[in-house]
Design a protein around this ligand. Structure first.
Ligand SMILES: NC(=O)c1ccc[n+]([C@@H]2O[C@H](COP(=O)([O-])OP(=O)(O)OC[C@H]3O[C@@H](n4cnc5c(N)ncnc54)[C@H](O)[C@@H]3O)[C@@H](O)[C@H]2O)c1
Length: 325
């Protein structure tokens, strides 16, 4: 049995709690959260122990693994503390607020000989998994151009105050939302990014965190990509991606459907199998990796490389120049 503690019981923490409860071989045993109402809610709903601070939870020897759903800038210190306490860690995306922090986390996992997984949950979305399978199979030929747009209306009061506070948030749209897009396209293509050219836009009332980011990527495999990412916007926009290949097009949405268009222009909707919660599937993969002592599917090195692209996007947006990743 893998006994799991949660650090952070907000929006994503609650999804993890509901998921862990459904996984055979896992047991949710405790939550740490600074907010009293959150602790009360978890105690009532899940019948688990709660702590107002994470060191108290990490001191519990019976906890094997922790899932961290905290503001971005707490990801690194809490992950390092959890690893040092001998726990396996699943840390939410973005892995951390900088590549330097990611490096510290990867080293801490190696030193502690514990698993470190990053919550890039789009690896567990049926459309993304299928898109990867099709692109990797080569049936549509070589990918040559892609576009990926993900525009959320992540604005108060829907979002907690920390999302608008640079001392706690790693950044704005690029790190909050773009992190999914960078991650999923490099995973689907199986290629690293070579260069990035970016621009951004800020709201006057949140001048330090970008509301929208746009960037152009040249991949090592010759494909090029155009990304549009929004989070502090006043509206919800498209959630779709399109990959143009030499023998056809793949067109999908994050949550909905995926279609392949052949050279004759005939579109075929692809079978995505049974719809399952991607957070549940992510947590199941984490628990299985621990139980079987196998590598986690999205490790710290992967999370670090995604952060490297994010830093290149920020550097390019600031300088107005193309940046090598
Ligand atoms: N994988 C996804 O698709 C996905 C979705 C949503 C959020 N996230 C990520 O998860 C993280 C959390 O986001 P959220 O939307 O759940 O935020 P949230 O504000 O809803 O939850 C954060 C929780 O952390 C608690 N907290 C803050 N500081 C603490 C501390 N020092 N010790 C203990 N608890 C503390 C807060 O009280 C709150 O309950 C972010 O990094 C976000 O990017 C990922």
């Amino acid at each position: 049995m893998v006994r799991v503690g949660l650090v952070g019981g907000g929006s994503i923490g609650h999804s993890h709690a509901s998921s862990v409860r459904q996984i055979e071989g896992a047991q949710l045993v405790a939550l740490a959260d600074i907010a009293e109402p959150v602790r009360q809610k978890f105690a009532q709903e899940f019948g688990i122990l709660t702590y107002p601070d994470y060191p108290s939870l990490l001191a519990q020897a019976e906890i094997d693994a922790v899932i961290i759903g905290l503001p971005d800038r707490l990801h690194c210190p809490v992950t390092v503390a959890a690893l040092a306490a001998g726990k396996h860690v699943l840390v939410e995306k973005p892995m951390a607020a900088s590549v330097a922090e990611c490096r510290t986390m990867v080293l801490a996992a190696a030193r502690a000989n514990r698993k470190l997984m990053v919550g890039q949950a789009h690896h567990f979305l049926p459309t993304i998994r299928k898109a990867r399978e099709i692109i990797q199979s080569g049936t549509l030929g070589q990918p040559v151009f892609l576009r990926d747009a993900l525009i959320y209306q992540h604005w108060a009061p829907k979002r907690q105050a920390w999302f608008f506070n640079p001392a706690l948030a790693g950044g704005g749209a690029v790190i909050a939302t773009g992190v999914h897009q960078i991650d999923r396209m490099r995973w689907i293509l199986g290629s690293r990014e070579r260069t990035v050219s970016a621009s951004w836009s800020h709201r006057s009332d949140v001048p330090d965190l970008e509301a929208i980011g746009g960037w152009f990527v040249r991949y090592e495999n010759g494909c090029a990509g155009q990304f549009l990412s929004g989070s502090h916007t006043a509206y919800t926009g498209p959630h779709e991606y399109e990959i143009l290949c030499t023998r056809g097009i793949l067109r999908g949405t994050s949550w909905g459907k995926l279609e392949a268009i052949d050279e004759a222009g005939v579109a075929q909707e692809l079978d995505l199998g049974e719809r399952k919660s991607h957070i549940l599937e992510e947590d199941r993969a984490f628990i299985q990796a621990i139980a079987r002592d196998e590598p986690v599917p999205v490790d710290g090195q992967w999370g670090l490389e995604v952060l490297r692209v994010i830093e290149a996007v920020y550097e390019s947006a600031r300088s107005g120049k193309e940046v090598h990743v």
